[in-house]
Each structure stands twice: as structure tokens, then as C-alpha cells.
Write a protein that binds this ligand. Structure first.
Ligand SMILES: Nc1ncnc2c1ncn2[C@@H]1O[C@H](COP(=O)(O)OP(=O)(O)O)[C@@H](O)[C@H]1O
Ligand SMILES: [Mg+2]
Length: 319
């Protein structure tokens, strides 16, 4: 990450389908060797954005530069530096995993020998060796996603677009995909990933752009976004109501009864170190007995809710 060079730049991106404007002026940049997560609910405009950035769809207004190439004027050059993985399945169900990779390699004009070698390399890297010679229609969802990503990497592109790579995967396959994505990141690939999962953006991305209704509604690092919405909470649990009451009386500040049973409370705090020390001192000096105590930082869920007014999307849809 030696340079600050933006390898992906979109300015004022607009797109309408008929009379409906689905992108209303999107701005985003991605620095070389970093990952940007484009985070937003269903219908926010993520796929539309990615399809424009990867030359598959024309925009109505605005400018897109990929590695310095304009997507409208230099589409071929753009295509030569990107890989795209997404909801549009690039793999052929009737071929085996290996055949898909070799075929794509040949399309990218690798020699038969190097296409085969590259396929072997990717099959190993994506944990598909055992399944390599089975037709794709026998693959699980997680295996298909991995193959789809492997196919998009056949020509070792320096920039990749991952459109919801883990949506609908079970938690284990999701973690496996995250590991693969982390490997790509450590190899220096520039990545634009779209997701509806806050946790995914939080775990993987260097920066996050939140979109909703075709507009950017927030951007920053996960930490910056969290800092915007809220303060830390210090939560205390008591065995006895008398201890709870003593704590409320002596702690001062903004106290919330967290279970309506006078057994646990949350204290909104500004300066975690200072406030925790103060609370501990008070508890000791007033002989208050505390069962447990924890500091909770705001999560991206809180950010999302406060920005969009929409309920968070959880990763536990399978549960
Ligand atoms: N081909 C299309 N024709 C008409 N409307 C579309 C088309 N593709 C997407 N849309 C609409 O554009 C909006 C954004 O879609 P999309 O970019 O797929 O969102 P996301 O990927 O964030 O779920 C949605 O309201 C969707 O219904
Ligand atoms: Mg989409």
C-alpha cells in the first residue's frame, strides 16, 4: 500500500431504468491495494453500480475511471484489468470445475498448458481439488461461489469486483469465502465488494460507502462510522435490587434500566477509561455488589439503523 493512487473512481454516477432513477449521483473511490465495501440494503443500487464500473452497463451521467481508463471510451482496456464475480453466473453447470477454469483461461488467451496450470493452482487455492472433475451442477452453493470467484481470477486481474459474494451462504461457507477474500487482499488486489451484511463490511473492508436509494448516505472506516452514531455504553448487572438502586443513586449520569427489572443498567459514557475508573471507585466506596460489567461499543448495525431508519440485516437468516 505504498501509494495513495485511486484505481477506481466514480463521480456523479447516474442511471435510470425508464423513468426511475436508480443511481442518483454516486461518488466513490478505491485506493490501490485496498478494499472498499459498498454496503446497502436490497435495491440500493449496488449491482447497478458494479455493472457500470465493470463495463457491463452504460451509465447516463457521470464519470468512471478504472486504472485510469474511462469505462465508456476504453472498455476493452478496463476489461483487461478487472475480474468480476457476481450474481450473474459465469460458470457452465454442465462442465466440471476444471473445465470451466480451463475454458475461461483459453478465452483469456492463455496457452492450453498455462490454462491448465492456472486451473490447478486455483482449484487448490479454493479448496476445490476433490470436486474438480465433477460437473458444477453437483456443487453446493459455497462451492459454486468459490468456483465463480476462481473463474474471475483466471487472468490474475489487479482489480476485482465482488457482488454480494456471500449472500445466502451458510455461516461456514461464508467464513471460507472471507478467508479467500483476505488472501486476495494480502496479495495486493484492489477490491470493491458489495454486501448487505454489516458484519462483512466491518470484518473485511478498509473503507465503507453506505448507499440507500441510489445515493451515498455515509462513508468512512468502520470505526469512523460507528463513532458517528453513538457513544460507548457501560453495562452493569446486579444480583440484588438494592445494589441496583444504590448504583443508580450514586453513579449519576445517563442511566438506562436495561431489563426493566432493576437488575441491570447501562451507563452512557464519553471517555471509557475515565468513566470506567470512576464507576469502579464509586462501586467500591459504596459497597455495591456487581455481578458483571462490560463496555459495549456501537456496532455497524446501530450505524445502519440510525442512517436508514431500517432494521438491520442479520447474517443469521439461516438460523
Ligand atoms: N434491468 C432493470 N430494469 C428496471 N429496474 C431495474 C433493473 N435492474 C435493477 N433495477 C432496479 O434498480 C434498483 C437497484 O437495483 P440493484 O442495483 O440491483 O440493487 P442492489 O444490487 O443494491 O440490490 C432496484 O430498485 C431494482 O429494482
Ligand atoms: Mg445486487
Amino acid at each position: 500500500m505504498a501509494t495513495n493512487e485511486n484505481v477506481i473512481t466514480a463521480r456523479g454516477l447516474r442511471k435510470s431504468y425508464g423513468k426511475i432513477e436508480v443511481l442518483k449521483g454516486i461518488d466513490l473511490t478505491v485506493q490501490k491495494g485496498t478494499m472498499l465495501a459498498l454496503l446497502g440494503p436490497n435495491g440500493a443500487g449496488k449491482t447497478t453500480t458494479v455493472r457500470i464500473l465493470s463495463t457491463l452497463l452504460k451509465h447516463d451521467d457521470g464519470e468512471v475511471l478504472i486504472n485510469g481508463y474511462d469505462v465508456s471510451r476504453d472498455a476493452d482496456k478496463v476489461r483487461s484489468v478487472i475480474g468480476l464475480t457476481g450474481q450473474s453466473a459465469a460458470v457452465d453447470e454442465l462442465l466440471t470445475g476444471r473445465e470451466n477454469l480451463v475454458m475461461m483461461g483459453r478465452l483469456y488467451r492463455l496457452t492450453a498448458r498455462s490454462a491448465k496450470a492456472r486451473a490447478d493452482e486455483l482449484l487448490a487455492e479454493f479448496d476445490l481439488v476433490d470436486a474438480a472433475d465433477r460437473t458444477v451442477k453437483t456443487y453446493s452453493g459455497g462451492m459454486r461461489r468459490r468456483l465463480d470467484l476462481a473463474v474471475s481470477l483466471i487472468a490474475s486481474p489487479p482489480i476485482i469486483f465482488l457482488d454480494e459474494p456471500t449472500t445466502g451462504l451458510d455461516p461456514r461457507s461464508r467464513i471460507a469465502m472471507w478467508d479467500i477474500i483476505k488472501k486476495l487482499m494480502s496479495a495486493g488486489t484492489t477490491i470493491l465488494l458489495t454486501t448487505q451484511y454489516l458484519e462483512e463490511a466491518d470484518q473485511l473492508a478498509d473503507r465503507i460507502v453506505v448507499i440507500d436509494g441510489g445515493k451515498v448516505i455515509a462513508e468512512g472506516t468502520a470505526t469512523e462510522l460507528k463513532a458517528k452514531v453513538g457513544k460507548d455504553r457501560l453495562e452493569l448487572v446486579f444480583k440484588k435490587t438494592s445494589d441496583y438502586k444504590a448504583a443508580v443513586k450514586h453513579l449519576g449520569g445517563e442511566v438506562v434500566d436495561t431489563n426493566d427489572k432493576e437488575q441491570s443498567l447501562a451507563l452512557i459514557i464519553n471517555d471509557t477509561n475515565k468513566d470506567v475508573r470512576r464507576v469502579l471507585d464509586t462501586i467500591a466506596s459504596k459497597n455495591i455488589s456487581v455481578e458483571s460489567m462490560a463496555v459495549h461499543k456501537p456496532t455497524l448495525d446501530d450505524v445502519f439503523l440510525s442512517l436508514t431508519g431500517k432494521q438491520k440485516q442479520t447474517t443469521e437468516e439461516e438460523a
